[in-house]
Design a protein around this ligand. Structure first.
Ligand code: BYC
Length: 335
């Protein structure tokens, strides 16, 4: 779908900051396209701030998918049946695939895969807070599918209409797969809730631990969202953090009732006047501590990722050697 071999600007090229500001006509054309809800494509002129915002968001999203393989991946060898193992294996592979589509989408903006990965491995780039919490028991895997993927779908369906073409197109496929992820999580929990009292207690315990971090996953309140308003003006984000969080709460409450679990919030209740649920206060100090690198699993997640990258060096070397050999053969044949 995308080229994965974009040229990276060479070091001798003038720095972007030195390029004269865009002629008004280009800015006007860009603004008209955004206003008309048309897609911006890689070859189109775009303001540098729009490009930077997209690289930041898309690469953070890609990193989240890749790091997000770890909490569930740890359960592949311990899944309780062959069926659950096959489903989980497919899901975790899907997350890896999502990361790859998204790195490709970010590369169309002129930032190389190496630069993106280097930013992750040196903690310059973020990934979603939610993947810094541990998966303590099997029910956590079902709850990740139900709640974390449920939150991801809520956040990502509007991104299918993002103004940047490659990101929007990647999101269409990702959302289809996320729907399967959410359904398998819910179905696994349904089965566990029909099991023994101990199994039901495990599901409730997992819900108690994941509920609040999942609500925080939508990002800070709109009043504290640094990029929110501008992202909405550019058509990158379509719905604000708080509005998505509210939609998620309203969609999840009836699902919890079907499942037979209690959402751990004494203030959660239907508000007739607003025609939506009210919910209790989110612990934003905990969220920022996790985002700042001090969550329960941040160090472990990053160390695993860096190790996997280093262990894979021989694969990259072999692929490059093979590509060089192929090219030399083609040149020889053409001569
Ligand atoms: N975690 O101005 P704001 C998945 C940061 S993968 C960490 O509102 P924005 C899955 C934010 O980056 C799901 N940091 O930002 C995979 C900013 O800091 P910087 C990942 C967060 O961009 C495997 C600052 O807080 N989804 O579903 O307008 C298995 C201020 O925030 C978080 C995506 O990445 C957070 N939760 O809005 C299962 C979706 N929230 O960058 C499932 C795409 C905020 O200035 N991304 N921050 O240093 C988005 O939609 C938006 O980027 C966000 C944040 C809604 C996340």
């Amino acid at each position: 779908m995308y080229t994965q071999s974009l040229d990276v600007p060479d070091a001798s090229a003038p720095a972007l900051a030195a390029v004269p500001s865009a002629p008004d006509a280009l800015q006007t054309r860009f603004d008209e396209k955004i206003d008309a809800d048309q897609k911006i494509e890689p070859q189109d002129w775009m303001p540098e701030a729009y490009r930077r915002t997209l690289v930041r968001q898309i690469s953070q999203h890609a990193h989240s998918e890749i790091i997000g393989m770890q909490p569930e991946g740890q359960w592949i060898s311990r899944a309780p049946s062959l069926k659950r193992k096959a489903i989980l294996l497919a899901k975790v592979q899907d997350e890896g695939g999502h990361g790859l589509y998204l790195y490709s989408a970010a590369e169309t903006l002129g930032t190389s895969r190496d630069q993106l990965l280097d930013a992750l491995h040196t903690s310059k780039a973020k990934y979603s807070s939610i993947f810094n919490y541990p998966t303590l028991q099997w029910a956590d895997v079902g709850v990740i599918g139900w709640l974390v993927d449920g939150a991801a779908i809520m956040n990502q369906v509007p991104l299918c209409r993002c103004s940047y073409g490659p990101y929007a197109r990647a999101m269409i496929r990702i959302c289809k797969e996320e729907s399967f992820h959410q359904r398998q999580g819910f179905e696994s929990l349904m089965v566990q809730m029909q099991g023994t009292p101990e199994q039901r207690a495990m599901v409730q315990d997992a819900v108690n631990r994941w509920w609040w971090p999942v609500l925080a996953m939508f990002g800070p309140p709109d009043a504290d969202s640094t990029h929110g308003a501008q992202g909405m003006r550019w058509g990158i984000k379509r719905i604000s953090n708080d509005d998505l969080r509210q939609k998620f709460v309203d969609a999840t409450v009836p699902q919890a009732a079907v499942l037979g679990v209690t959402l751990p919030d004494p203030d959660l209740k239907w508000n007739d006047e607003r025609q939506q649920h009210s919910y209790g206060a989110i612990d934003w100090d905990d969220f920022w501590a996790v985002v700042g690198g001090n969550g329960p699993c941040n160090k472990e997640r990053l160390a695993n990722r860096v190790k996997a990258h280093e262990d894979g060096q021989w694969v990259r070397d072999a692929a490059q050697a093979y590509a060089a050999k192929q090219q030399a053969r083609l040149l020889k044949e053409a001569a």
